[in-house]
Design a protein around this ligand. Structure first.
Ligand SMILES: [Zn+2]
Length: 307
């Protein structure tokens, strides 16, 4: 469990940042480039543990270093797809050893038992390119938020361009669940990660692309769009496998007119659920709208017009 309010505070910071950017973009404000000092680890939006992995190369030449660099990149890409690593990975050569700094959601995140096929293959290749077994250690405080799914009554799928953890949240506390802790196979975990990346790309197009903004918004907000259909199918499969009700978050930014309060589910047209689920204010009950039949969650429109 996270410290009270920590994960939710992170998300509300994200939400206010999204709103700030949306308003700024619509008002024509230009953002400057993001400047990042090399090897300084950016903070991620949820509690996690800072780790360091060392890869001592077997070969000494530039070619050997490049090959190790490439395979370590592949290894972390696969760790991330499997939910074992959260957020960005910073790598660099220190005293002849390739070092990677990154976050994991829990102390056991890199255990062999959580490996996907892709992780196992890449790790085997990387180990073969090292003169000693690569090793990792926690270098930061144990600030892990990983609660797993435990006896969760509900889960939900949600992400945006600022998210760097998991697209699956536990419904009571609203904390992100590491994908490797879900009772699904690695293939399903990678599908969830791919869907997360596609939502993030659409979110960025919606906020930053100008001409593609409308098309991207439809994908994010229409329950029948390809993006939503894919996400809802993933949610259904997760519910089937885990036996835990799994909802899908649908964006709702634009209200067509003041009177349109999105008072029915856009999928089945039935009224939204009137009673809270009893999750408390940080989980599913923090969403303005919920349809139990369609397993959809949504929000109040931020911008409304008279059209
Ligand atoms: Zn519905």
């Amino acid at each position: 469990m996270s410290a009270p309010g920590s994960a939710a505070d992170g998300r509300s910071r994200d939400a206010s940042r999204v709103t700030e950017i949306i308003h700024a973009v619509h008002e024509g404000v230009q953002f400057g480039p993001v400047v990042q000092t090399p090897l300084v680890m950016p903070l991620i939006s949820s509690p996690a543990m800072l780790c360091e992995y060392e890869f001592p190369p077997a070969g000494t030449g530039d070619e050997a270093r490049r090959e190790l660099d490439d395979w370590v990149g592949a290894l972390f890409s696969r760790y991330r797809k499997n939910g074992q690593v959260w957020g960005p990975v910073v790598t660099g050569w220190v005293d002849g050893t390739l070092r990677a700094t990154f976050h994991v959601p829990s102390p056991d995140a890199l255990d062999d038992k959580h490996q996907s096929k892709g992780v196992a293959t890449a790790l085997q290749k990387v180990t073969g390119l090292c003169k000693a077994d690569p090793s990792w250690r926690v270098v930061g405080e144990d600030d892990s938020a990983s609660a797993g799914v435990g006896d969760a009554k509900a889960l939900f799928l949600k992400t945006d361009m600022f998210s760097d953890t998991s697209p699956v949240y536990e419904g009571s506390e609203g904390t992100p669940v590491p994908l490797f802790q879900l009772p699904i196979d690695w293939h399903a975990r990678e599908n969830l990660q791919s869907w997360m990346r596609r939502v993030q790309l659409h979110d960025e197009l919606w906020i930053n692309s100008g001409r593609l903004e409308g098309a991207a918004y439809v994908e994010l907000s229409d329950p029948a769009s390809m993006l939503a259909a894919e996400g809802r199918e993933l949610a259904r499969n997760l519910e089937e496998t885990s036996g835990i009700a799994t909802y899908y978050f649908l964006k709702h930014y634009w209200g067509r007119r003041e009177a349109d309060q999105l008072d029915v589910c856009p999928s089945c047209k039935a009224p939204w659920a009137a009673e809270p689920l009893g999750t408390g204010t940080q989980g599913i009950d923090s969403f303005a709208y919920r349809c139990d039949t369609c397993r959809i969650l949504s929000e109040h429109a931020t911008a409304t017009s008279q059209d």
